[in-house]
Design a protein around this ligand. Structure first.
Ligand code: SF4
Length: 380
């Protein structure tokens, strides 16, 4: 499958889960194979279960061995999931006692080996600390939620920086309302109807606004991948119902391959569209023009917005000009994202942060990214 991907010109490959590190040896072998075959952007991640029991004899040698084995591959990014700004809440959610202490002890070892893991936040109601329902039905006033998450995201970024992370990413809540999107069927267990990840549209608008207002404040000290233009597009989608940014390239240039069946799908959530076994005969390097906005899966949505203007400039510069004139705020945020990505070494998890380059994002970048529009009160 990797050989076919190389022939198709695939540039990025992500080994996701479940928990990929349940099969560490096979995972490292596959990462190594893909890198040697010529795929430049390879990423994988973990909940770091193997970092527990950090005081046990042999722990450090085991972790160093793993870090060295990963460093010997061409792995580009390694993410470690963190669900909350409160260590105890995170460990309880994951069922992994002591994992936060293990992560804190392991990060310097990984850094010594030339691997800079990213903290991967899956936004949920426990992100700002233990969730307490705002009303008996569990819903929260959007402005109260905005304040809660704005403080919560700030606490999260401080927390992971304190643990030693130099990079962070955000997964947006993956609850899909069956009534709104009846065609979405998860290929793998990355979505849930559990209240902990279920937000109404109005709540999502508040959460995305909070994220949009918090990221710029922490950009100078932590390499935060989440593009502001993408978060802005989601904030507008759920806030005032305006469609801005780019549709998802899932099924056009990004695909999901199920490791069990080796079948290909447009993404991890369009499970009813089985494209058959992966191979150049079945999956062309480019599919139909992108059009989907059915979910907020950051793996596909973020790069779609970030790469969108480059692709449009190449294929239809007139459409790009029209788009930027229609929503100059999107264009401004996108320009800032591109400059920031460059300052972050394009989020390579194999490079230490360039603190001087990041410091340049102090000041005007961190002011009011939402000033450009006023959400319509009471909008969905
Ligand atoms: S928005 Fe992207 S990830 Fe979500 S369902 Fe559509 S193609 Fe899939």
């Amino acid at each position: 499958m990797i050989d076919a991907a190389v022939r198709n010109g695939v540039q990025a490959l992500s080994f996701t889960g479940g928990e990929p590190f349940l099969h560490t040896d096979e995972l490292i072998e596959l990462v190594h194979y893909a890198g040697e075959a010529g795929i430049p952007y390879i990423r994988t991640g973990t909940n770091a279960f193997f970092l527990r029991n950090a005081d046990e004899a042999g722990w450090e040698a085991r972790v160093r061995g793993l870090a060295e084995a990963l460093a010997a591959t061409r792995l580009y990014t390694l993410w470690i999931s963190i669900d909350s700004c409160d260590a105890a809440v995170h460990e309880e959610m994951r069922g992994l006692d002591g994992v936060v202490r293990g992560i804190e002890r392991a990060l310097p070892i990984f850094h010594e080996c030339g691997i800079y893991p990213a903290a991967n936040l899956g936004i949920n109601r426990n992100t700002p600390g233990r969730w307490e329902a705002c009303t008996p039905d569990g819903q929260c006033d959007p402005e109260a939620l905005y304040e809660l998450f704005r403080t919560g995201f700030a606490r999260f970024y401080r927390f992971v920086t304190g643990l030693g992370f130099t990079m962070a990413n955000t997964c947006y809540p993956m609850s899909v309302e069956a009534a709104a999107e009846p065609d979405l069927v998860s290929v793998y267990g990355a979505s849930s109807v559990d209240p902990v990840v279920s937000f109404t549209g109005q709540e999502k608008a508040a959460v995305f606004r909070a994220l949009l207002d918090t990221i710029p404040l922490f950009r100078p000290e932590l390499r935060i991948f989440s593009p502001l233009c993408s978060v802005y597009a989601l904030a507008r989608h759920y806030g005032d119902g305006v469609t801005t940014g780019y549709p998802c390239r899932g099924g056009a240039e990004f695909f999901f391959v199920d490791a069990k069946s080796a079948h290909t799908f447009p993404c991890g959530f369009r499970g009813s569209e089985d494209l058959g076994p992966y191979g150049e005969a079945l999956v062309p390097p480019r599919g139909p023009a992108p059009a989907c906005r059915a979910c907020d899966w950051e793996c596909f949505r973020d790069p779609s917005d970030l790469l969108g203007p480059f692709l449009e400039l190449r294929h239809n510069p007139f459409a790009l000009g029209k788009r930027l004139l229609a929503d100059p705020a999107f264009g401004r945020l996108w320009c800032s994202d591109v400059r920031y990505a460059r300052a972050c070494g394009f989020f390579s998890g194999r490079q230490a942060p360039d603190t001087g380059a990041l410091r340049r994002f102090r000041g005007k970048e961190g002011r009011h990214p939402l000033d450009a529009y006023q959400p319509v009160p009471g909008a969905r």
